[in-house]
Design a protein around this ligand. Structure first.
Ligand code: BG6
Length: 479
């Protein structure tokens, strides 16, 4: 018998705003991300308040999955996917978030996509909010800072639950909900962008707004989880966290404490609420130290208790160090950077590659919560060179994949109940952090470039066949 469960979910993960394109097709409204122009490494994307026809917005065409979904899903099926994670773009269903009636064209699009997945033997795993807030809700409410957005999100969820109840069983409420514990999260996760125009250096949204917005997301998530449990008992409702694993930089006890605090404040802050149904004991002090006062409605605590998720999912890419000594060298990371680890190598984007960290993360999460876990993002964004004959020899990606699957295998042997694994960006798509196309994650190459050129044709990289073998052997054949 193999290590992974027989019904292990193998597949890939994408987000609507990073691959669908067709940003204003068939009545779709503009999302926050549709106002983001591209950046490059070390130079973040920028938000423009109005859409400027002279600028290039990577999400507007992306890789045009909207018109290529059949071809793409067919390619995923060739790799043997039995799950595909994507998100519903809120503005395809409710263009501004405020309409009373959903847009039929948007609903019909996801019907076609889910039908296509199912026809190819794939379980849809659907994120309800993946950095896709309608921009109108930024104008009106400063994103999730406004409590009004909770009800609007509930409306979206009720609509899509009812529409897709026979097609979708696995749902995630918010992608990387904990990103708003960091400043950059105000741009993506909680979208507190009112009055903001500029780049990363100019974006400062204080903790009061971010933590209050997060509180609104917690209530929203709990309400829709409870609603789903009451109306659709077949659904499995999950939370999604960016697993920002840090290690203490030295054996100095001060570094241990600093790391414990960081893990609580950045990662467990949200999983404690969504899995246990209440804020962690350390939150009172965190709020005090940051001058935060959360405004609660009288029913919030009970709603959080009643909206606990069924499984826990997370993204995992890299690890960093945390320390209290001045000599710690800094490096980049997903959402936040951190200390450089001399034992690890890093990708071209400075993300430190750490397969053992995935095993560590899985054990930490499962130990702490004792509910099934899923790795819903993991991958390597790198420069790829397409040869004249169309091939891409991405040995670095194969190596990354091999080591991370091996690490998951060890975690399962350690006792973790692991449900599945969805590689981030199985097809090249727009980088979330920088808006680049050249930061490629895919097993499938897409002919699309940062200047907007490319014929959008798809071709297989060497990693395509490698992942197919892994899946066919249920994670046993790692070559
Ligand atoms: C996660 C996000 O943070 O990491 C994805 O959920 C994102 O949306 C992925 O694309 C990889 O990050 P990046 O910045 O390399 O695209």
């Amino acid at each position: 018998m193999g290590v992974f469960r027989d019904d292990f979910l193998w597949g890939g993960a994408c987000a609507a705003n990073q691959f669908e394109g067709a940003w204003d097709a068939d009545g779709k409204g503009d999302s926050v991300i549709d106002h983001c122009i591209g950046g490059v490494f070390n130079k973040q994307k920028r938000i423009t308040i109005e859409i400027d026809p002279n600028q290039l917005y990577p999400s507007h065409e992306a890789i045009d999955f909207y018109h290529h979904y059949e071809e793409d899903i067919e390619l995923f099926a060739q790799m043997g996917f039995n799950v595909l994670r994507t998100s519903i773009n809120w503005t395809r269903i409710y263009p501004t978030g405020l309409e009373d009636e959903p847009l039929e064209a948007g609903l019909a699009f996801y019907d076609k996509v889910f039908d296509c997945m199912i026809a190819h033997g794939m379980e849809p795993l659907i994120t309800l909010s993946h950095y896709e807030l309608p921009y109108e809700l930024v104008r009106r409410y400063n994103g999730w800072a406004g409590r009004e957005v909770i009800a609007l999100f509930e409306k979206l969820c009720h609509t899509v639950f009812e529409r897709y109840k026979d097609k979708v069983r696995y749902w995630l409420t918010f992608n990387e909900i904990n990103c708003a514990t960091a400043e950059m999260g105000a741009m993506y996760g909680t979208s507190n962008l009112q009055g903001f125009e500029g780049g990363r250096d100019e974006l400062y949204v204080g903790p009061q707004i971010r933590y209050q917005s997060l509180h609104h997301q917690f209530v929203a998530s709990a309400r829709v989880v409870k609603y789903a449990h009451e109306h659709y008992p077949q659904f499995k409702m999950g939370c999604m966290t960016v697993y920002l694993q840090t290690y203490p930089a030295t054996c100095d006890p001060a570094d241990q404490l600093a790391n414990q605090k960081n893990m609580r404040n950045r990662v467990f802050y949200t999983t404690d609420v969504q899995v246990r149904g209440a804020y962690g004991c350390y939150c009172k002090r965190l709020w005090e130290e940051q001058g935060v006062t959360i405004e609660w409605e009288p029913t919030d605590a009970q709603e959080l208790r009643e909206g606990k998720v069924d499984f826990l999912s997370f993204s995992y890419y890299m690890t960093n160090l945390i320390g209290t000594h001045d000599d710690l060298e800094e490096t980049e990371g997903n959402i936040v950077g951190g200390g450089k680890n001399p034992y690890l190598e890093a990708s071209a984007w400075g993300w430190q590659i750490d397969p053992d960290g995935l095993r560590f993360a899985l054990n930490e999460m499962y130990d702490r919560y004792q509910i099934p876990v899923m790795v819903v993002e993991n991958g390597l964004g790198e420069f790829d060179k397409k040869e004249d004959d169309g091939s891409v020899h991405d040995t670095y990606r194969i190596d990354y994949l091999r080591k991370h699957v091996a690490a998951m295998r060890e975690a399962v042997r350690d006792g973790v109940d692991l449900l599945g694994y969805t590689w981030w960006g199985p097809i090249d798509l727009v980088s979330h952090g920088t808006g680049e196309m050249r930061k490629r994650y895919g097993f499938i190459y897409v002919d699309k470039y940062d200047d907007g050129t490319g014929d959008l044709s798809r071709s297989k990289k060497d990693s395509f066949e490698y992942y197919r073998r892994i899946i066919a052997s249920n994670g046993e054949d790692l070559g």
